[in-house]
Design a protein around this ligand. Structure first.
Ligand code: ADP
Ligand code: MG
Length: 297
C-alpha cells in the first residue's frame, strides 16, 4: 500500500507538489490522471525514491522509500523517458536488473522474450522509442516486483503492443497481487485497465475514487415518456438532455434504485447505459461547465 499525505515539493520556489494526498491500496491498478505539468512525474519520482519531499509523508507498506533499498528492491519503475547507458543491450540490462532485484525471474524473462521479440544484443539506444519502452516492460515484468510504477507507459507504443503490455501487466496483478501505479495525461487511455483513479491538477489531488465506488454512485438512463407524463419526484439529476421524445439522464444513486423510481411513471421505453470514466468525473466534479472538462480531454 502506498500512502502519501500532504506531500510538498518545490523547484526554485515553484510548488510542483502542493500538499498532495494519495492512497494506492494493495493490489490496485491505480491511474494517476492529469494534464501536462500537473505534477504526475514529480509524484512518481517520489514514490520510487528518486526525489525526497520538502515536507509531508510518503510510506510504502509503512516505510519511507527514500534511501531505503529494501523497499526499492520491491518496486519496478518505467520512467517516461528511459535513459539507457551508452551501448548497453537488453542482455546487459538484464544482468543489471538481476543484481538489483532479488526477485528477478530468469525463466519469466526468457518466456517474455517470445512476446517482445527484441534483439538481446543490440544497443538499446539504437532501438526506436517504442522498442525501448517494450524493453523496459520486459525487464520490469521479469523482476516480479510487488509494485510496478509506470510514467506515461504507452506513449510511443502501437495499439497492438499497448494491448499486449496491458494484458501482461494485468496478468501479473491477477496472478501475484502486484500493485500498479500508472500515470497518463489521457483518462481514456487508463479507463479499461484501472480500478482506482486519481485526478490531479496543479500539484494537488482533485478527486480520488475506486471504480466500484464511482459506478455504484451514478447511473445513466435513456427513456421515453408518454405525452403529459413528468419525471417522478425525488431524483438526484446531475444532467438531462432531451432529443424529441427521448431523454438522457445522468443521476446520482444506484441503477436499481433509480430505475425502480423511474418505472413508477411507466416510461414507454427505458434503458440503462454505461457511463464512461470521463463522464463520471465530469459530473462528480460539478458538471460539464467545470474546468475539469479541460483537464480530462
Ligand atoms: P507532469 O508529469 O504531470 O506533466 P511534472 O511532474 O513533470 O508534471 O512537472 C510538474 C511541474 O514541475 C511543471 O511545472 C514542471 O515544469 C516542474 N518541474 C518538474 N521537474 C522539475 C525540475 N527538475 N526542475 C524544475 N521544475 C520542475
Ligand atoms: Mg510527466
Amino acid at each position: 500500500m502506498i500512502e502519501i499525505k500532504a506531500l510538498v515539493k518545490s523547484f526554485d520556489g515553484f510548488r510542483a507538489l502542493d500538499g498532495l494526498d494519495i492512497t494506492v491500496p494493495r493490489g490496485a491498478v491505480y491511474g494517476l490522471v492529469g494534464p501536462n505539468g500537473a505534477g504526475k512525474s514529480t509524484l512518481i519520482r517520489h514514490t520510487v525514491g528518486i526525489y525526497r519531499q520538502d515536507s509531508g509523508e510518503l510510506l510504502i507498506d509503512g516505510e519511507p522509500v527514500y534511501e531505503n533499498p529494501k523497499i526499492k528492491a520491491r518496486i519496478a519503475y518505467i520512467p517516461d523517458e528511459a535513459a539507457y547507458f551508452t551501448q548497453s543491450t537488453i542482455k546487459d540490462m538484464m544482468r543489471f536488473y538481476k543484481s538489483m532485484y532479488p526477485g528477478f525471474d530468469q525463466e519469466r524473462f526468457e518466456k517474455l522474450g517470445q512476446d517482445f521479440r527484441l534483439s538481446l544484443n543490440r544497443p538499446l539506444r539504437k532501438m526506436s522509442k517504442g522498442m525501448q519502452k517494450q524493453a523496459a516492460f520486459w525487464l520490469a515484468l521479469s523482476c516480479r516486483p510487488d509494485y510496478i510504477v509506470l510514467d506515461e507507459p504507452v506513449d510511443g507504443l502501437d495499439p497492438v503492443m499497448r494491448r499486449q503490455v496491458w494484458s501482461l501487466l494485468l496478468g501479473d496483478v491477477a496472478e501475484r497481487g502486484s500493485t500498479v501505479l500508472v500515470s497518463s495525461h489521457n483518462l481514456r487511455e487508463l479507463e479499461d485497465v484501472c480500478d482506482h483513479v486519481g485526478i490531479m491538477n496543479r500539484g494537488k489531488m482533485l478527486l480520488e475514487r475506486s471504480l466500484s465506488q464511482l459506478q455504484d454512485n451514478m447511473v445513466k438512463v435513456q427513456l421515453a415518456l408518454a405525452d403529459g407524463t413528468e419525471l417522478p419526484e425525488g431524483l438526484d439529476i446531475l444532467h438531462r438532455s432531451v432529443t424529441g421524445r427521448l431523454q438522457q439522464l445522468i443521476l446520482r444513486g444506484d441503477a436499481e434504485e433509480v430505475t425502480n423510481k423511474l418505472s413508477t411513471v411507466q416510461p414507454l421505453f427505458m434503458d440503462v447505459l454505461p457511463l464512461s470514466l470521463e463522464e463520471i468525473f465530469i459530473y462528480e466534479l460539478g458538471g460539464a461547465e467545470h474546468e475539469i472538462k479541460d483537464i480530462l480531454v
